[in-house]
Design a protein around this ligand. Sequence first.
Ligand SMILES: [Zn+2]
Length: 137
Amino acid sequence: MMYNNLDDLSPEDEEELRRLETQISELFALLEKSELQIGLLKDENFQLKAQIQKLQQQPTPTQYKNPQVETIKVPKEVVATVSPTDENIRINKRKCPNCGAAGFSIKEVDDKTRIICYAPRRIYMKKKVCTKCRFEF
Ligand SMILES: [Zn+2]
């Protein structure tokens, strides 16, 4: 039936038909190319989505790590607040009960009369001496 129709066509129409046919085949080729490109883009899109998922999954552990770091900092702060009180105790201990001199006036020296251990080296009990009044305690 198509053949019969073609037979009825004038040479001009036939030429027009060929032109349209080549255009159609060109368009099909273009469409094929586009479909190929769409396929490539789909693949790329899939890969990018996978990357996004990976990146979205990564921040959660790092966000989880941050509070951990902060919780590590908290005991540090506790230690920091504890150490001054320790120093205060030390300073308080370094106070002459005789004249009340404190700090650098009190020297910590070995009490050679009270040996804690002999080996590997001799360790003596510490005693504090007030440099102001020479009171030992
Ligand atoms: Zn003293």
